[in-house]
Write a protein that binds this ligand. Structure first.
Ligand SMILES: Nc1ncnc2c1ncn2[C@@H]1O[C@H](COP(=O)(O)OP(=O)(O)O)[C@@H](O)[C@H]1O
Ligand SMILES: [Mg+2]
Length: 359
């Protein structure tokens, strides 16, 4: 019997459409890898639905019965009758509620094995303060930064002065967003406060980070489990045209907003160091399954490298960085997806074997 995989996509985030594109690739490739695919669509509003695979792949409207979770039973009840019991779930919702541990916690309560990072690693990965603190404890270089929290907003003068002493440019960002939403490059002291106030529109804490001017942005894919993980080759993303950095427009709206250099033109020793750091970061944050890890490399001195962030549910469209990094490393998307499902099933079985009794 083919294993049934529920691919959960959509979600309430600016990356809803990207998620649909990711789901198309994931569903098609999972099917090619020998799985039975159940597309679960989480619309921006309203109930989750079990939609037609053919409709999804052809870009037709997504229709199907609403789904109601049966907590603890690992299955869903279909509106109008019947139940769906997948062998595992494959969440591919980017950003809030999909990538931050919320969906993962729901799947734990449901009692369904799922691919990718668990609750803690997902939540930690989404938080720029906690993830940077944790990897720094493990000896990974991060850029100096100042954090402004909600209760400090009314009297943030001294914090802004401290941030200005780090030197310009500075990057201001909401602590737990993504997609460059609310991110600003600040070149003068006068522009700092407005940028911080703007970032507060998106989050209750804001990070002001020392900027690496014209940083080379290097991305590495990681695939594995807490028992062992591998890093892909390094890629480099280059913002193009009028974009000085990867703002939201360069990422999603401007077709010519970026170029992708694969492999990244780095000295071999620097590439090897970044790959080793990527695995170390994945382990330090308790990652499992997949993650894309982003770094900054100083253009004037490639020995200066810094952790930028971890993405625990990177895009998986046909032109996304994560599958392309692995393809260049010699692993086709089908193989990557099959490994993710195998790891999910294996770790769920291992967890079932852990004793829950007191002795
Ligand atoms: N310290 C920095 N130095 C140089 N560029 C930065 C810095 N911080 C952010 N950026 C630029 O802003 C983009 C978005 O920042 P990032 O921390 O990755 O947030 P997000 O989670 O929104 O992607 C980066 O891809 C990079 O182009
Ligand atoms: Mg980023």
């Amino acid at each position: 019997m083919k294993k049934k995989i529920a691919v959960i996509f959509g979600g309430k985030s600016p990356e809803h459409e990207v998620s649909i594109e990711s789901a198309k690739t994931v569903c098609a490739r999972l099917r090619a890898a020998g799985f039975a695919v159940l597309p679960f669509y989480a619309p921006r509003e309203g109930a989750w639905r079990l939609v037609g695979l053919a409709d999804l792949l052809a870009g037709r409207p997504l229709k199907g019965p609403a789904l109601e979770p049966s907590l603890g039973a690992g299955c869903f009840l279909k509106a109008g009758g019947g139940r769906v019991k997948p062998d595992a779930a494959f969440p591919i919702i980017h950003g809030s509620t999909g990538e931050d541990g919320v969906l993962q916690g729901f799947l734990e309560l449901l009692g369904l094995p799922y691919t990718g990072c668990g609750v803690t690693a997902s939540a930690v990965g989404m938080n720029k303060i906690i993830s940077k603190e944790l990897v720094a404890l493990d000896g990974v270089p991060v850029l100096p930064h100042v954090v402004v929290r909600a209760h400090q907003k009314a009297a943030m003068g001294p914090l802004l002065a401290r941030a200005a002493r780090l030197g310009f440019p500075l990057f201001v960002k909401p602590v737990a967003q993504g997609s460059s939403v609310g991110v600003a490059k600040v070149k003068t002291a006068a522009a700092l406060r407005p940028a911080v106030l703007n970032a507060f529109r998106f989050d209750s804490a804001v990070m002001i980070e020392k900027g690496v001017d014209r940083a080379r942005e290097i991305v590495v894919g990681v695939l594995g489990s807490p028992e062992g993980a591998a890093a892909s080759v390094c890629g480099q993303v280059v913002p193009q045209g009028k974009h000085e950095f990867f703002d939201y427009e360069a990422k999603y709206l401007d077709d010519n907003g970026m170029r992708f250099l694969l492999p990244a033109p780095l000295p071999a020793a620097v590439a090897a160091r970044l790959r080793a750091l990527a695995v170390r970061i994945f382990m330090a944050l308790g990652g499992s399954g997949l993650a894309r890890i982003d770094f900054f490399v100083d253009p004037k001195d490639s020995k200066r490298v810094y952790f930028c962030e971890i993405n625990t549910l990177p895009g998986f469209t046909s032109h996304s960085l994560y599958p392309r990094l692995w393809e260049r490393t010699g692993l086709k998307p089908e193989r990557v997806l099959k490994r993710l499902v195998d790891m999910a099933l294996r770790s769920a079985a291992a967890r079932r074997r852990l004793t829950t009794a007191r002795k």
